[in-house]
Design a protein around this ligand. Structure first.
Ligand SMILES: Nc1ncnc2c1ncn2[C@@H]1O[C@H](COP(=O)(O)OP(=O)(O)OP(=O)(O)O)[C@@H](O)[C@H]1O
Length: 235
């Protein structure tokens, strides 16, 4: 196993809505290892997105520790947390959030303009097999194609980690497989540490490790000695 990129200890997130307290994370001890592909499973409301948002620097814990290498994310200033996100983390969400008035190439270029050592947009698009559709606008692309452009946008700055919250949630199974193939290829060829949240337990066997959440805690971690290709997933 490689070194841990992320470590959390007793990670806790409490949301207060009026008088009602929701413990979205209730003491999570975890690691994400360098170069691994982890799948995060669990019922709705079990804390998966909250966990991903905190390790990605989009949100802060109520208490507990979360470190990225030696950096304590819980106590970083807002400015440093923004720099952390910008320099190290790529995000992919269920909905693609592409800018409709820009082509696929321009959507990716928007990010590479502000990155230190980016890939050329066409190289990022080639990683997800979209180089032939570079000049197309989002409305001219299918859902799966738009998601692949969103993945190209996330990886073009060469992030160390790629955090994906239900990346296949809006896609049919055939298209979902193509998107998962893009993510596994990136993990394998670029060595990007990748975490994928899914509701689809069938996806679990494409991962090196499966982390299962229940009620804001990690209930189980499964290590896959034998992984399968996305094309072998039975949905
Ligand atoms: N901003 C918020 N304010 C109040 N409660 C919240 C907020 N965000 C999340 N929660 C609550 O925290 C709990 C965990 O939510 P979270 O989105 O992390 O779960 P999840 O496992 O990702 O669920 P899903 O699979 O449905 O996306 C839920 O009970 C949710 O309602």
């Amino acid at each position: 196993m490689n070194e841990a990129v992320f470590t959390t200890r007793n990670l806790t997130k409490i949301y207060l809505t009026g008088d009602v307290e929701v413990r979205a994370l209730n003491g999570v001890d975890s690691e994400l290892y360098g170069g691994e592909l982890a799948v995060l499973l669990g019922p709705s409301g079990s804390g998966k997105s909250t966990f991903l948002n905190i390790v990605g620097g989009l949100d802060r814990p109520t208490s507990g520790q979360v470190t990225f290498r030696d950096q304590d994310l819980a106590t970083l200033s807002d400015g440093k947390l923004t720099l952390y996100r910008r320099n190290h983390v790529g995000f992919v969400f269920q909905f693609y959030n592409l800018i409709p008035s820009l082509t696929a190439w321009e959507n990716v270029a928007l990010v590479t303009e502000v990155a230190d050592n980016p890939m050329p947009p066409e190289e990022a698009l080639a990683m997800v097999d979209m180089e032939k559709r570079m000049t197309h606008f989002p409305a001219q692309l299918s859902g799966g194609e738009q998601q692949r452009v969103a993945i190209a946008r996330a990886i073009a700055k060469r992030p160390e980690v790629l955090l994906c919250d239900e990346p296949t949630g809006a896609l049919d199974s055939k298209t979902g497989v193509i998107v998962l193939e893009a993510l596994t290829r990136i993990n394998r060829e670029l060595g990007t540490t990748t975490a994928i949240i899914t509701h689809n337990a069938a996806i679990r066997n494409i991962a090196h490790r499966v982390i299962s959440f229940i009620d804001g805690k990690i209930a189980e971690v499964q290590v896959n000695d034998q992984r399968i290709e996305p094309s072998e997933v039975v949905w």
